[in-house]
Design a protein around this ligand. Structure first.
Ligand code: ZN
Length: 403
């Protein structure tokens, strides 16, 4: 039996709030507003403004305040086929947004389009065939690689996702046809559209269903009478309820208090310990603290505390949508075998979500280092604005202390 994922969608005049729950807990949260949501993954028709070979980059007008940033270096198999040199200002091309614009930086773009399905990632402009790193078994990898090559016939690129492991070939083929049709439609609309414009943007819900339908049995509750979901996919349990009923579910899952906790620094653990989480631009840190002072037998108690914290660490990282470098300061535990146990537990907790994480191991100073792929905005960026009073430092100057 797969785990159950219950997605609760609260619609209002302003847009939709999407709460993703599993194990009766809030796991992910999205604010879905037509004008403010992430464009990561979207296809846009852009106009090349400037090519700067010395920077190895081009700047592309995609209709945002800042021009998009396009590195001239793309994947080898893309470059071979598409001759990267031919880029010139004034050109109108289809680009994919890899990272949203943030602060003073424009969106990060690519010309090497990748369209994800449940089983496959279709890449119309390169010839690379690969297998998801989540699949570890060599034999399975080899088999999928052969299937992929047979599907591609060296005319496009493909990545076999984890879910392709359990899919029949006709299911793979069918999805491939859908993705190809989507790409053809994009190309046709690009011919008639005026740059800059967004050609295709996947809804938050469509992305969730695509990525989680294999791993979870999904149930959706929604109060949205106007914007019903396009077509509920088969096998998804889907109900539409009144505002009052929805509010009751929202409360039952403690969505608001979970959000409040995930926007703060301190998270209480079940056994009395705490996590202190600091989100910063360059890296985020998680500090694990035990409930009380521990004297002797520190090793075993530390291990227990660290293992118990893994579930909440993984959940907070996912819910906050932290990305980039994450440093975890576990309770001091120098034993290599115990460290390996903690890494294994953390990896297993992290494997429940769709965003890719890599646990790199303990540094020489005893911190656990990991990285998580950046996708969309953090929870904080979705819901908060920097504090004007303290310029987002959390401190204010006490003038009387100055002299
Ligand atoms: Zn402040």
């Amino acid at each position: 039996m797969p785990d159950t994922m219950h997605i609760i969608i609260k619609a209002s005049g302003k847009g939709r709030s999407i709460a993703v729950t599993a194990d009766n807990k809030l796991m992910e949260y999205y604010v879905d507003k037509a004008d403010e949501s992430t464009l990561a993954g979207a296809l846009v028709l852009g106009r090349v403004e400037r090519v700067v070979p010395t920077m190895g980059a081009a700047f592309v007008n995609i209709g945002q305040a800042q021009n998009g940033f396009l590195p001239l270096d793309e994947m080898e198999s893309f470059t071979k086929i598409n001759q990267a040199a031919s880029l010139a200002s004034g050109q109108e091309l289809i680009f994919q947004i890899k990272k949203d614009a943030k602060d003073q930086k424009g969106a990060f773009l690519t010309r090497d389009i990748a369209l994800p399905g449940q089983y496959l990632i279709y890449m119309p402009l390169n010839r690379y065939v690969g297998v998801s790193k989540r699949i570890r078994d060599d034999h399975a990898r080899q088999k999928l690689l052969e299937t992929g090559k047979a599907l591609c016939q060296d005319t496009f690129g493909l990545i076999m996702r984890e879910a392709s492991l359990l899919a029949r070939t006709d299911m793979l083929y069918e999805e491939l046809q859908e993705l190809k049709a989507l790409w053809n439609t994009m190309q046709k609309s690009a011919e008639y559209a005026k740059a800059p414009t967004v050609l295709h943007r996947e809804s938050v819900l469509a992305g969730l269903l695509r990525d989680y339908a294999q791993r979870y049995s999904i149930r959706i509750t929604c109060n949205d009478k106007v914007n019903r979901m396009p077509v509920p996919p088969t096998g998804i349990d889907w109900e539409q309820v009144s505002d009052v009923q929805l509010e009751a579910q929202w409360k039952a899952y403690h969505v608001d208090s979970s959000l409040e906790e995930a926007l703060g620094r301190r998270v209480m653990l079940k056994n009395g310990g705490t996590l202190m989480i600091d989100e910063r631009e360059a890296l985020s840190t998680v500090d694990v603290n035990t409930a009380s002072f521990v004297g002797d037998q520190q090793g075993d108690i530390a291990l227990k505390q660290n293992l118990a914290a893994c579930h909440d660490i993984a959940r907070q990282i996912r819910l906050r949508n932290l990305s980039g470098i994450i440093i975890i300061d576990f309770v001091d535990m120098p034993d290599e075998v115990q460290r390996a146990q903690v890494i294994q537990r953390l990896e297993s907790e992290l494997s429940r979500e769709r965003v890719k994480t890599v646990v790199h191991g303990f540094t020489s100073l005893g911190f656990l280092e990991m990285t998580r792929k950046r996708t969309g905005a953090t929870l904080r960026d979705q819901l908060c604005a920097p504090c004007e009073k303290c310029h987002a430092t959390g401190y204010r100057l006490e003038r009387e202390r100055l002299s």
